[in-house]
Design a protein around this ligand. Structure first.
Ligand code: ARG
Length: 461
């Protein structure tokens, strides 16, 4: 088994099916640039520990730079005989600087601390890319909210007519969770930014290598406190996989609303041609596939999280080969989000809303009934009574086939003497919306405040 990282104690090479099962180059090649960068840092640490002469260090760095360039332009790639990215890159280094020098690099490190370190480096970059994409979607939502001031729409709970709200308030209700997801990524990064390098296979290094130095060199905040934990824990990956799943769920909820809003029954919005698809049989169709794929991808990304947790749950300390299964679900969640996020941004940015349709539907279903009840409370009526009275108004309006605002003064007085003509002040959609002006409410000034805060947050992140 030429070129393998182990073999001294083996008389026979692995069986073909063993090698096929073991192989990870088809996915862990994504770690190659990080592996070379970490090898360069490792060479410096070996040099400082007196295990690599200055001349050897120069030759090693030069060889690693050539290897990095060859990896980057595709000249060097995994061979059939390579088990994983680490073995392949050692082969590549030896091909460039010879067995004598190339064989020195591996001192004091194991693939166990290596892979845990490289996975963290890859993940930090992946989380940054996902975070940027999430901010783009949030920014598109904020821009739509800002571009549609004062546009009203039906607010729903249980998907039933509830109370009128501003479109901007609803759009911001989708932006807020995405901004929290970005904050979650930043928080998770504090735990990802701990370097396992120098932990060796599990017990740490005996060669006088400095884990703190290599951690700083690779841009980590610190080196791990416990070499067993550092090589065997993957809660950092599960935490990131959760944030990816949460973000996918948030995008799926947004997608679900867009799907409903774009149906003729709702008619709130028209999707841009560039962000919709047609049907191969029904010529009239314009389908919200971006939003549906957001919903679909969420299932897959949730699966990546649950699969990873299941992989981790029964592993004894320390490293077990099960851990090779940690990377694909996380890589996949990032890859799927990187496909989805720009499309969601495009979809949201190009939505054309229909204010007249939303305004027409906003009071439908007696959505101002709460306003009658709250107006009565302001006149000193207990809410319990006010709720009953407003309910009686709904019953009366419904039986006459009219809206609440159409009930005449006599009818109102007959329902309850406290119901004077002045109640009409709150029986408009605009009046209802603007009266909800406490912090976080749907009034124009509260929505403007939210837009300002979110804009500042996005600029900061
Ligand atoms: N390819 C492995 C992984 O992804 C790292 C190699 C560790 N192998 C070992 N026999 N200790 O986890």
């Amino acid at each position: 088994n030429e070129g393998a990282l182990w073999g001294g104690r083996f008389a026979d090479g692995p069986a073909a099916a063993m090698a096929a099962l073991s192989k990870s180059t088809h996915f862990d090649w994504a770690l190659a640039p990080y592996d070379v960068a970490a090898s360069k840092a490792h060479a410096r640490v070996l040099n400082r520990a007196g295990l690599l002469t200055d001349d050897d260090l120069v030759a090693m760095q030069e060889g690693l730079d050539r290897l990095a360039a060859d990896v980057a332009d595709g000249t060097f790639g995994p061979a059939e005989s390579d088990e994983d990215v680490h073995g392949a890159l050692e082969r590549g280094l030896i091909e460039r600087v010879g067995t004598e020098l190339g064989g020195r690099l591996r001192a004091g490190r194991s693939r166990n601390d290596q892979v845990a370190t490289l996975f963290r480096m890859w993940l930090r970059d992946g989380m940054r890319r996902v975070g940027t994409g999430l901010l783009d979607v949030a920014e598109a939502l904020v821009a739509q909210a800002a571009a549609n001031p004062g546009v009203v729409m039906p607010g729903k709970t249980h998907l039933q007519a509830a109370q009128p709200v501003l479109l901007g308030h609803t759009l911001m209700a989708h932006a807020q969770p995405l901004l929290r997801d970005v904050a979650r990524l930043a928080d998770a990064d504090r735990r990802v930014a701990v370097s396992p390098y120098g932990s060796g296979a599990l017990a740490g290094s005996s060669l006088g290598l400095d884990p703190a130095a290599i951690a700083a060199d690779l841009g980590f905040d610190s080196a791990a406190d416990n070499s067993i934990d550092a090589t065997s824990s993957r809660d950092f990956a599960a935490e990131a996989a959760f944030v990816f799943a949460m973000a996918a769920v948030d995008l799926s909820r947004l997608g679900e609303d867009v799907i409903l809003w774009s149906t003729p029954e709702f008619g709130y919005v028209t999707l841009a041609d560039a962000w919709s698809t047609g049907s191969s049989i029904m010529p009239q169709k314009k389908n919200p596939d971006v939003a549906e794929l957001a919903r679909g991808k969420a299932g897959r990304i949730i699966g990546n999280l649950t699969g990873l947790l299941a992989t981790l749950k029964a592993q004894p300390l320390a490293y077990n080969r099960d851990l090779q299964e940690d990377k694909e679900p996380v890589f996949d969640s990032v890859a799927q989000l990187e496909l989805l996020l720009p499309a969601m941004t495009g979809l949201v940015a190009t939505l054309t809303f229909h204010p007249e349709r939303m305004a027409e539907l906003a009071p439908a279903g007696f959505t101002l009934a709460t306003d009658i009840a709250e107006w009565l409370v302001r006149q000193g009526v207990p809410f319990r009574v006010a709720h009953e009275v407003a309910g009686a108004c709904v019953r009366e309006a419904e039986s006459r086939g009219v809206g609440l605002a159409d009930l005449d003064d006599e009818t109102l007085a007959s329902i309850n003497p406290a119901l004077t003509h002045d109640v009409h002040e709150v029986l408009t959609v605009a009046g209802s919306i603007e009266s909800r002006n406490a912090l976080g409410g749907t009034s124009s000034s509260q929505v403007e405040r939210q837009i300002d805060v979110a804009t500042a947050t996005i600029a900061e992140l």
